[in-house]
Design a binder for this molecule. Structure first.
Ligand code: HEC
Ligand code: HEC
Ligand code: HEC
Ligand code: HEC
Ligand code: HEC
Length: 399
């Protein structure tokens, strides 16, 4: 991140920003260095950009900071202690975006609780130096958008930037390495290698669709009001057809005491790997075999069958233990994310004993945002952080 502004008093060299960031971990920075930049909160924008603000309020972006997203918050806190503050710059700036602009490291301002907020995303004028986290050039005087001829308003100056329409813009935050240089998220690179990049289907095409309307009640009708809710449903519906599928095959073995089942998962509509992003994200298969009357004969346990039923990335730490924490990892042990357009197969040998057929085999592909051991480590609720959301289902009958 680098800030630039026509008024020299309002610009701060990167080196000083870095120094302040580290200093804040160890001791209270001298008030002299505090910036008095008064960034506008989302509630200000709401007056004139009502629909967009209401969508953003519901979005994961609005909850990315430590007090609202406890998965991030507790992990971040633990990592700061364990690395003596090294993760402050390596983790903080994308989740708590305004802190590093107005130096409010003690959360004295309400805007500090807004996570990935309006002003941060819209002060981005261009890509910045590749070493920046995130690598942006910020211009505090304008709010940039993709409307070339926006009408003037007394509330703010507007700027036109084609950058906001690109995948590179989202990719600047949606790819990251930890302080050990281990690539944690590669969403942008996964997209770049996919057919979508070649077809010009950007992150925004799937995640920020929009209908004609007004971007502000004060302005004219415009061809597209981009949706800011960043929900899973929105992305799933953005293109025709299912975004992910699971297909089952089952046969009896020779001895007739087991079923040999395969579940083929295909990433049909995610614009990147399935799952993508943080290493906690995973897709799992839960399989069960039932009698025709509905009695359960057998159920899989995905976490006892990690290399088969769990799709995602596994990190290892210095001692080789896995799965390692996002911030403790020193290498990627295994990458089982399913590429855009690709498939992967999970295989099962299901003992049915002398249970007579016919059977019904059911499989669910589920999305989970955190591993069971992570919930334990950080004392997170199973309900919120361990919930499993259905991405696809299949069921077949075995005579
Ligand atoms: C300033 C950094 C930043 C920028 C820019 C940004 N994001 Fe995000 N995004 C985040 C963070 C941090 C989260 C995680 C929020 C959470 O779950 O706590 C997130 C979450 C998301 C999610 C939800 C993920 C989930 O697990 O449900 C989607 C989808 C998303 N972003 C898409 C985009 C797209 C598309 C763009 C570009 C238009 C974009 N983001 C730009 C930082 C950013
Ligand atoms: C994660 C970054 C991000 C956040 C947070 C965000 N926006 Fe946006 N916003 C964008 C992007 C990207 C576009 C352009 C999308 C396009 O044109 O496809 C956009 C478009 C807009 C537009 C229409 C102008 C245009 O470029 O089409 C307005 C107005 C706007 N945003 C206001 C807001 C307000 C108000 C908030 C907070 C309540 C907000 N945005 C939060 C990224 C963001
Ligand atoms: C007093 C009303 C008002 C407030 C408050 C306001 N805006 Fe705007 N904004 C407008 C109007 C009017 C436009 C132009 C609409 C048009 O031309 O269609 C606009 C345009 C924009 C654009 C598009 C710029 C471009 O050229 O693409 C962005 C981005 C934007 N506003 C962001 C914000 C953000 C972020 C906030 C809060 C921090 C905010 N606005 C607060 C009235 C307002
Ligand atoms: C072809 C459409 C498409 C494109 C292009 C696309 N996505 Fe997605 N994305 C999806 C779908 C579908 C999902 C799954 C929604 C769900 O969770 O069910 C998804 C999920 C996500 C998630 C949350 C998934 C997780 O595992 O936590 C993030 C974050 C995300 N996308 C970011 C991006 C970014 C950044 C880009 C651009 C580099 C991008 N997407 C491009 C369709 C797309
Ligand atoms: C360049 C920006 C960036 C950096 C740096 C960054 N993150 Fe994130 N983080 C994101 C984005 C974007 C998401 C949401 C999409 C995804 O899952 O990758 C996210 C998601 C997460 C999640 C999952 C949140 C949830 O509720 O599902 C955790 C946990 C997390 N990050 C922890 C960390 C830690 C720890 C670090 C430091 C090692 C870190 N992040 C560094 C951008 C960043």
């Amino acid at each position: 991140m680098r800030t630039s502004s026509p008024n020299p008093k309002r610009s701060l060299p990167v080196a000083l920003l870095l120094f302040l960031a580290f200093a804040a971990v160890a001791y209270t920075p001298p008030p002299l260095y505090r910036r008095n930049t008064n960034l506008q909160q989302a509630s200000t924008c709401k007056e004139c950009h009502l629909a967009i603000t209401e969508q953003w309020e519901r979005s994961p972006h609005a909850r990315a900071e430590r007090t609202q997203n406890l998965l991030f918050g507790r992990m971040y806190f633990q990592s700061l202690k364990a690395t003596r503050g090294a993760t402050m710059l390596n983790c903080g700036p994308c989740h708590e975006t305004t802190l590093f602009v107005n130096q409010d490291f003690f959360f004295t301002r309400d805007i500090s609780h807004e996570g990935v907020t309006c002003v941060f995303c819209h002060m981005v004028s261009a890509p910045g130096p590749s070493t920046g986290i995130p690598p942006y050039e910020l211009d505090l005087e304008h709010y940039y958008g993709s409307v070339r001829n926006s009408i003037p308003t007394t509330s703010h100056q507007s700027g036109y930037s084609t950058y906001l329409r690109t995948s590179e813009y989202c990719g600047a935050c949606h790819s990251y390495a930890n302080q050990n240089g281990v690539k944690i998220s590669e969403t942008y690179a996964e997209w770049k290698r996919s057919k979508y990049a070649k077809q010009g289907v950007t992150c925004q095409s799937c995640h920020m669709p929009g209908a004609p309307g007004r971007i502000s009640y004060l302005g004219p009708a415009r061809p597209k009001v981009p949706d800011h809710s960043f929900s899973a449903e929105l992305a799933e519906k953005a293109r025709p057809g299912a975004a992910a599928t699971v297909a089952l095959r089952a046969v009896r073995n020779r001895a007739n005491d087991s079923l040999v089942v395969s579940a083929v998962v295909t990433n049909t509509g995610w614009g990147h790997s399935l799952p993508t992003g943080n290493d906690q994200n995973m897709a799992i298969i839960r399989l069960r075999v039932l009698t025709e009357a509905g009695a359960i004969v057998w159920e899989s346990d995905p976490f006892a069958d990690w290399n088969n039923s769990v799709f995602g990335v596994t990190l290892a730490d210095e001692l080789g233990s896995w799965p390692a924490e996002t911030w403790a990892a020193t290498r990627v042990l295994q990458n089982r994310r399913i590429k855009a357009g690709g498939s992967a197969t999970a295989r099962y040998r299901v003992p049915v004993g002398d249970q007579k057929g016919p059977y019904r085999v059911e499989a669910q592909l589920l999305f989970r945002r955190a591993r069971p051991n992570t919930l334990e480590t950080y004392g997170l609720s199973e309900e919120t952080y361990g919930a499993e959301r259905v991405l696809a289902e299949a069921s077949i009958r075995v005579p």
